[in-house]
Ligand binder design. Structure first.
Ligand code: GLY
Length: 337
């Protein structure tokens, strides 16, 4: 089929292919491990794509929304896998957005200490971020994605047909993550058509993941805008979706870098221009949130090993900055609250 892009995530003997384009789901069979005998399809009600595979297939539906992204959901799935007699010679196929692929991936990582998984991403956010790179996990009441595992898929399908019916809000969430890639690379992604743009985001992510699979360093750059974003998601009890929170988090990160003297105000304006104007995303922190609560939540961030830690722009580009004082964080928040 023409118009498809095939992007490699190069991880040695665990390398895999991401197929991007309209109709990519037809290629599902090419990324399922040849040894797989049966498939456990993990999806949600209303997902507009089904997994077309020759394999015997058992379907599992999980709940919708961050509130269902729990250890209980993983437990239920694993019990289902046990009832179907799943072995390491079968495959889990996660079909859905980031929530589905995170949960399906974690269940696959945990069941029998690891069974193969393939992701079919049906949202823009899933295609450019969540389904790629092997991060899996679930939330705790105390924070987002606090329990999880690195578990690389055997392949990923990004079928753009699924985006035809994607609600505007979900589309904006994907754009929030996409905007992040602008600042990591400086690429003019908006000049590309959607297939190329998604494939380019996958390529950028694949390059970062290949150089630092388990986030010992460089991979943390993919969390640009995410420290405040995760805090906002928890503080709003997930009324703010991940991509929406990332858009705001990118603006906050720019303010913080400016307060700390790392970037000039013109670069903050550039962040507004990309996120607010080009991508048309909301950049204000929702009303009713307080700096103290947000700072407390940011202290619980997984990156915060030595004090408040952020991914910040600077003269050398975007980098991880640990041990940030509370005062500049308060100043940057004050500009937005
Ligand atoms: N979403 C950030 C990462 O995969 O590392």
């Amino acid at each position: 089929m023409s118009g498809l892009r095939h992007v490699q995530v190069p991880l040695g003997d665990r390398s895999y292919e991401v197929v991007v384009g309209h109709g990519a789901a037809e290629f599902l069979g090419t990324v399922i491990p040849p040894s797989a005998k049966r498939a456990a399809l993990v999806t949600q009600p209303g997902i507009p794509l089904d997994a077309e595979t020759e394999l015997e297939l058992e379907r599992f539906e999980i709940g919708v929304g961050e509130r269902a992204k729990t250890l209980d959901t993983v437990g239920e799935l694993c019990r289902g896998f046990a009832r179907m007699g799943m072995t390491r010679h079968d495959v889990v196929v996660g079909v859905g957005g980031g929530m589905v692929t995170d949960v399906a991936g974690f269940a696959a990582a945990s069941y029998h200490r690891g069974v193969p998984v393939v992701h079919v991403a049906t949202t823009l956010l899933g295609m450019v971020d969540a389904a790629i790179g092997g991060k899996t996990g679930v939330n705790l009441p105390e924070g987002k994605n606090l329990v999880g595992a690195f578990w690389q898929p055997s392949g990923v399908i990004c079928d753009l047909d699924a985006l035809d019916t994607l609600p505007d809000r979900e589309m904006r969430c994907g754009l929030g993550e996409m905007a992040k890639y602008h600042f990591l690379t400086g690429d003019d992604l908006l000049a590309m058509d959607l297939t190329d743009r998604i494939a380019r985001c996958v390529e950028i992510k694949a390059d970062v993941v290949a150089s630092d699979e388990r986030e010992g360093g460089r991979r943390a750059l993919l969390n640009y805008g995410h420290t405040l974003a995760h805090a906002l998601e928890v503080a709003t009890e997930h009324r703010l979706a991940h991509g929406e929170a990332v858009a705001i988090g990118l603006i906050f990160a720019a303010h913080l870098a400016n307060v700390m003297g790392r970037i000039p105000v013109e670069r903050v304006d550039e962040h507004f221009a990309v996120v607010g104007e080009e991508y048309q995303l909301a950049t204000d922190i929702p009303t009713g949130l307080h700096a103290d609560d947000l700072i407390e939540l940011m202290r619980r961030d997984k990156k915060a090993l030595t004090g408040l830690t952020f991914v910040l722009d600077g003269p050398e580009g975007v980098e991880v900055v640990a041990g940030v004082d509370e005062a500049p964080v308060r100043d940057a928040l004050a500009r937005m609250l």
